[in-house]
Design a protein around this ligand. Structure first.
Ligand SMILES: NC(=O)c1ccc[n+]([C@@H]2O[C@H](COP(=O)([O-])OP(=O)(O)OC[C@H]3O[C@@H](n4cnc5c(N)ncnc54)[C@H](OP(=O)(O)O)[C@@H]3O)[C@@H](O)[C@H]2O)c1
Length: 259
């Protein structure tokens, strides 16, 4: 299937590692121009170097801390200044700590929401007028199944994800007025650096391969490239009638009727 992404301009937050990097590379393979942002310069440059191995790829890498409004504005501005438009926004930079409810302070709650919830809201607010002026665009929010499956051990991330599922639907209602499609993606366990670190901490000396095998009914965690494939499709004109949906990709781990 031709995803018809050639010539589109895609902004991927947290595009230096994991799901974000895989998504940036997938867009580049599909002929889109890509701009990635994250805090760490080295991983960003590695991603850009990988993309440049793809024939004809155009990529820009910008260091930014997306807990800061000024940085968010600078990234969106840079994309328009350098590439003239923003066709696709993938809100992906995020992380929230697991832990014991009574040990997570107000400051911890605020810090995690600042990136995983407000980072998405603020970037969408910057990008929406650009898409509105273009009369079209697509926003994909990378959320997480923690929002569909409340648990004591992942309360902050779960609450931020639940809020983002809601935000995705309400932003879709707003976006429809401007021909901006909005969708959410809820990954289950995906084997990135982040999951590896969480798993090592939770393994308590058990074999990591056994821990991974128990994560989903399919007997393995997902791969970043599998999520990137879904994001590329959802962001593409081939998904033109998918709007306001939150799509789960979790190897069947979520037992609920929704997602
Ligand atoms: N992997 C999973 O199992 C899983 C499951 C459900 C949901 N998700 C969600 O999927 C998204 C990507 O996860 P991942 O596993 O790919 O994570 P990852 O490998 O840890 O990558 C996170 C990316 O975000 C960037 N980032 C982190 N804090 C940032 C900040 N303050 N400002 C700008 N960039 C920042 C990181 O670069 P720097 O650190 O250099 O800034 C990196 O590029 C996250 O929103 C996560 O919650 C992941």
């Amino acid at each position: 299937m031709n995803l018809e992404l050639t010539g589109k301009v895609a902004l991927v937050t947290g595009g230096s590692k994991g799901i974000g990097r895989a998504t940036a590379l997938r867009f580049a393979e599909e002929g889109a121009t890509v701009i990635v942002c994250a805090r760490g310069k080295e991983a960003l440059e590695e991603t850009a170097a990988l993309a440049r191995k793809i024939e004809g790829a155009r990529i820009a890498a910008v260091t930014a801390d997306l807990t800061k409004l000024d940085d968010i504005r600078r990234v969106a501005r840079r994309c328009v200044e350098e590439f003239g438009r923003i066709d696709i926004l993938v809100n992906n930079a995020g992380s929230a700590r697991p832990g014991d409810f009574q040990k997570i302070s107000d400051d911890d709650w605020h810090a995690d929401f600042e990136l995983k919830f407000f980072g998405y809201v603020r970037m969408a607010r910057e990008v929406m007028p650009v898409m509105q002026a273009q009369r079209g665009g697509a926003i994909v929010n990378v959320i997480g199944t923690g929002g569909l499956r409340p648990s004591a051990g992942y309360m902050v991330g779960g609450a931020a994800n639940a809020a983002l599922n809601h935000f995705t639907k309400s932003l879709a209602d707003e976006g429809a007025k401007h021909r901006v499609r909005v969708v959410g993606v809820n990954p289950g366990p995906i084997l990135t650096e982040r999951l590896r670190l969480f798993s090592e901490r939770a393994a308590h000396g058990r074999n990591l391969e056994e821990v991974y095998a128990r994560m989903t009914p399919l007997g393995r965690p997902g791969e970043a490239g599998e999520v990137a494939d879904l994001i590329a499709f959802l962001a593409s004109p081939r998904a033109a009638f998918i709007h306001g949906a939150n799509v789960t990709i979790d190897g069947g781990a979520n037992p609920g009727l929704i997602g």
